[in-house]
Design a protein around this ligand. Structure first.
Ligand SMILES: Nc1nc2c(ncn2[C@@H]2O[C@H](COP(=O)(O)OP(=O)(O)O)[C@@H](O)[C@H]2O)c(=O)[nH]1
Ligand SMILES: [Mg+2]
Length: 681
């Protein structure tokens, strides 16, 4: 039986670096809540959340998972996100269903790189936050330093709600039930701190408190969740998930003190696709028309499509009808489910604030809004990092192109960080992901789930060719084969255009030297060169061609003759116009701990990069380096940066402009192209 009131629901997502213990913590919470009889473990492949065969084999989460725990009259929907940077797509998808981001920090490792990235993500959605310090039984944990690092990262609102006892064998409450723990001066201090920030968030409570009145537990609980929503309190709790220490306490804290969906503003829904479309008034109550957000879509070739839907308004039953996005077509819910690890359990009703799953709804895509109001509705997208790691792929079996395209579409539907494109210029199918591990897992999914095996290779760089000075070209095409001959002669001028101007063809022929009817044939011949280029087989652009003279023959002049003459006259002119190869230049922004600055700038210089600026990030430990570099030099930057910074660096990259490649590089590329051409002939 699902919760009947939004106030009785909690939606939390476990976020944090891989290996911090999120999935194990989820398992311990499921055990504490009686969902599983025996606590499963990552090492034995028996957890409820990491149920996928690939997850069991690798012993880390790849996809987000979900389960519900009932505690103290509340239904807690628990989302477990993958933690390794390569699988951030799963976290981006799952966070769309959450009201509170719970950051799990490994006590032995401190704040790790992906925790910072996920924190940015949670903050961009204005989610209330909490911190769980896990593995408190690990040896040599420096708790004071750890708390300082947490405050550094999460701000001064981060205050302990409990504290680890000596050796991590228990946790000591320092918020409500501190009496009896008077020996712990530290706990008492912590209590004062947290209590004060909670009370500060509620003016009426503040007055009562200052007036010496006793504050009741209920008043405190209400103020606590309000303070979490406003961000003035980020509770810190301690656990050892494996030893099941602090896990029941965490469950109680979530049930009793964390905000319900009715208190959290939730995602913005707009009445149109445009960014400035009016915002829809969404009320988290059961007695209004249904609005739901399909925040994650999973696709299984056997089970089909399953959409995780956050009910944002109204009540869903099998009879609920809804339309998607533009409200053109209406469907009936028919079956709704609660997801419990790998299982879907059918239920009869779900209220605003709850998370359900709908099966086999083909039209639903991630981020779609389902609604019964008959208006258009769209949700603002969760910002996902741009995938930078690219590979060109082709099916191993000829004729499987269509099947491959379908498999890729399905995978990109469930993963916002997996993108496939067809490069019109290089004619390649290119896939992009966060890193090599991400792409490896995607290819494994393709094989396991869609029986699709592919060949991969680094994608081609989309070079271009152009000319740099004005020049003239001439060609006379004359062929005498038996009776009818071919004749056409063309004189033309070419001029470089500004970058991005493309191609301009003009004619300025004196006195009808070439009859008008042959001009299109000349243009065709010239355009033949644009596609193939003149240096290394890349498209030529940013050039103006002016045909100004020529000769024709009353009998032998044919279109084909002028097409040939136009082509070779153009090639003749290009050869004299100092042609160059242009390469794509990208803007790259690298974020690294300060100690790596020297290495990074040195490396970028070695990659023909230009450093454009540097900035210290707030907090002082991280620096951003802005640079421009040729795409060809940073194609595999992902793995290089990872190696240089022990995985602590990150970067963003975007296309900037085209620029001529240096002469020696041009020669290498031209030689390679000539060789490839020779081999294919
Ligand atoms: N000793 C100890 N080991 C833990 C704890 N939590 C997780 N682990 C182990 O750490 C590894 C990674 O845990 P996992 O739950 O997969 O981390 P996740 O990547 O954050 O989901 C596994 O081998 C777990 O058994 C803990 O609290 N104590
Ligand atoms: Mg995990």
């Amino acid at each position: 039986m699902a919760a009947q009131k939004p106030q009785d629901l909690r939606n939390i997502i476990l976020l944090g670096h891989g290996g911090a213990g999120k999935t194990t913590l989820a398992e311990a919470l499921l055990h504490a809540g009686g969902v599983v009889n025996k606590m499963g473990s990552i090492d034995e492949g028996t957890t409820l959340m990491d149920f996928d065969a690939m997850e069991k084999e690798n012993q880390y989460s790849i996809d987000p998972a979900m389960a519900t725990i009932s505690r103290a009259g509340k239904d807690i929907n628990l989302l477990d996100a993958p933690g390794y940077p390569d699988f951030i797509g799963g976290a981006v998808a799952a966070i769309g269903g959450a009201d509170v981001a719970v950051f799990v920090v490994n006590a032995a490792a401190g704040i790790e790189v992906n925790t910072r990235r996920l924190l940015k993500l949670a903050e961009s959605l204005n989610l209330p936050k909490a911190v769980v310090v896990n593995r408190i039984q690990a040896e040599n944990v420096q708790f004071p330093e750890l708390m300082a690092a947490i405050r550094d990262t999460f701000g001064s609102a981060a205050k302990p709600m409990n504290l680890p006892a000596e050796g991590g064998t228990a946790v000591i409450d320092c918020f409500v039930n501190t009496e009896g723990d008077s020996a712990l001066g530290e706990a008492a201090d912590a209590q004062n701190e947290l209590m004060e920030s909670v009370i500060e968030a509620d003016e009426a409570l503040m007055e009562a408190y200052l007036g010496g009145e006793k504050v009741s537990a209920e008043q405190l609980a209400a103020a606590f969740s309000t303070a979490m929503v406003s961000g003035t309190v980020v509770p810190v709790l301690f656990t050892d998930a494996k030893a099941e220490v602090g896990t029941a306490e965490l469950l109680d804290a979530v049930a009793n003190y964390f905000p319900s969906p009715a208190q959290v503003p939730g995602r913005t829904i707009r009445a149109g696709e445009k960014e400035d479309a009016p915002v829809v008034d969404v009320a988290c109550t059961g007695d209004k028309p249904f609005i739901g957000l399909a925040f994650r879509v999973t696709v299984d070739p056997f089970v089909g499509k399953l959409s995780w839907v956050r009910v944002m308004q109204g009540t869903v039953t099998p009879d609920t009808t809804y339309s998607i996005g533009d409200a053109r077509k209406s469907s009936k819910v028919s079956h709704l489910f609660k997801v419990q690890g790998k299982d879907s359990v059918e239920i009869k009703q779900a209220v605003a604030g709850d998370i359900i799953a709908l099966a086999k709804v083909e039209e639903v895509v991630s981020g779609a809004v389902l609604h019964s109001e008959g208006k258009e509705m769209y949700a603002e997208a969760v910002p996902a990092p741009t995938p930078m790691f690219t590979l060109a792929i082709a099916p191993k079996k000829r004729g499987d192109e269509q099947k491959l395209a379908e498999a890729m579409t399905r995978i990109s539907e469930e993963d916002p960080t997996f993108i496939t494109t067809r490069d019109a210029q290089t004619q390649e199918t290119v896939i992009s992901g966060i890193g090599d591990l991400h792409i490896r897992i995607v290819l494994a999914k393709m094989k396991n789930r869609f029986h699709m095996e592919v060949d991969t290779r680094p994608p081609k760089i989309p070079y271009r060719e152009t000319v740099t000075v004005k020049a003239e070209g001439h060609h006379r095409h004359k062929k005498q084969t038996g009776g009818a001959g071919q004749f056409g002669e063309v004189y033309l001028r070419i001029e470089p255009l500004e970058r991005g101007e493309g191609f301009v063809f003009e004619e300025d022929i004196f006195g009808g030297a070439i009859p008008q009817q042959f001009i299109p044939a000349i243009e065709k011949g010239v355009r033949d060169v644009l596609g193939e280029g003149a240096i290394a087989g890349y498209p030529l652009s940013d050039v103006k061609v002016i045909v100004y003279d020529g000769k024709h023959h009353p009998v032998d002049s044919k279109e084909v003759a002028f097409r040939t003459a136009g082509k070779y006259a153009f090639l003749d002119a290009i050869a004299k116009a100092k042609p160059v190869l242009l390469e794509p230049i990208v803007n790259i922004e690298v974020t690294v701990p300060s100690e790596y600055m020297g290495d990074i700038t040195g490396d970028l210089n070695g990659r023909r990069g230009r450093i454009m600026g540097m900035d210290v990030l707030p907090g002082g430990t991280m620096q951003v380096i802005k640079a421009q570099a040729p795409l060809s030099e940073v194609m595999t930057y992902n793995s290089q940066l990872r190696a240089m910074t022990a995985g602590q660096g990150s970067y963003d990259m975007e296309f900037s402009h085209y620029e001529p490649v240096p002469g020696n590089v041009q020669q290498q590329i031209a030689d390679a192209a000539a060789k490839a051409k020779h081999e294919s002939e």
